[in-house]
Design a binder for this molecule. Structure first.
Ligand SMILES: [Ca+2]
Ligand SMILES: [Ca+2]
Length: 281
């Protein structure tokens, strides 16, 4: 639709129209004093508005800092109160590992703990490595203490050959649940270079021993199995073998001492032991 021309009756007088047109384009002088008053008024109004916002922001930051400080303080208290647990490393509890209270730590203490875990019977004092849980790591910690031994590595044997010595145990009809023995070479010119597990499934893994015995002449070997009695050996078995190096012509002799064994219930049993050099095939 076309825009109709304004009615001449509705138009402003020509002089007034011209005066208004000129006033719109003309610069109106304002004194500097009035200008500053307007600016000052604006500043005060803005300061009131944004000043409150800044204070609110400061309060929020202060509260956040207090929360962070509280968390930091709590973590310090927690660490001090829980000690070794936070370090996550094994820290042994000394005599706490003597679970059966016979005055020494041996494989039978580890056997007690393994059977306790198996049967759901554990106490907080059995947390040997102090990581707040009683589990297989504590069993292992005791087993490692049981076979710890001080030994000096022997000199390298020139022209040595490798030999294998099998260790046999016979529980004479009783179940074999655990054993511990000291084994040593009684002749010169031979040293231990490795240890392996046995034939029976219950003792197929290498026994516990102190790795520092390698290149020495004596070792404590020990093992247990907390399986049901029917899974344990009752006749003569090879429970492990010791690899040695020796001069080819040497006649090597070995000894087993401090032999102890227990049945599936942990009761001590009498066993026969033998060290036999394996013939080369
Ligand atoms: Ca003990
Ligand atoms: Ca533990």
């Amino acid at each position: 639709m076309a825009n109709p021309e304004p009615d001449p009756q509705d138009r402003l007088p020509e002089r007034l129209e011209e005066a208004l047109r000129q006033s719109a384009s003309k610069r109106i002088p304002v004194s500097q004093e009035r200008d500053e008053k307007v600016l000052l008024g604006c500043r005060e109004q803005l300061r009131g508005k944004f000043g409150r916002a800044r204070w609110q922001q400061r309060i929020i930051w202060a509260a956040a800092a207090l929360v962070v400080l509280a968390l930091f303080g709590w973590s310090l208290i927690y660490r001090v109160g829980n000690g070794p647990r936070d370090r996550g490393t094994a820290e042994f509890a000394g005599n706490a590992a003597d679970l059966n209270g016979n005055g020494r730590v041996d494989i039978f203490d580890a056997f007690v703990l393994a059977r306790g875990i198996r049967d759901g019977r554990t106490g907080t004092t059995w947390d040997i490595n102090r990581d707040a849980v009683v589990d297989a790591k504590d069993v292992l910690a005791i087993a490692q203490l049981a076979v710890r031994i001080g030994t000096q590595p022997k000199q390298k044997i020139e022209g040595a050959s490798f030999r294998v010595i099998d260790i046999f145990l016979d529980p004479k009809g009783k179940s074999l649940g655990a054993y511990q023995l000291h084994w040593k070479i009684t002749t010169p010119n031979a040293r231990i270079v490795g240890i392996e597990g046995g034939d029976h499934p219950a003792f197929r893994n290498p026994p516990q021993y102190d790795p520092r015995v390698i290149q020495g002449e004596r070792v404590v070997v020990a093992a247990f199995n907390a399986a049901a009695e029917k899974s344990l050996p009752k006749t003569k078995i090879r429970i492990g073998s010791i690899h040695i190096e020796a001069t080819p012509a040497a006649t090597c002799r070995f000894e087993i001492e401090n032999l102890e064994a227990a049945d599936a219930q942990g009761s001590r049993i009498s066993v026969n032991a033998q060290s036999v050099e394996r013939r080369k095939r």
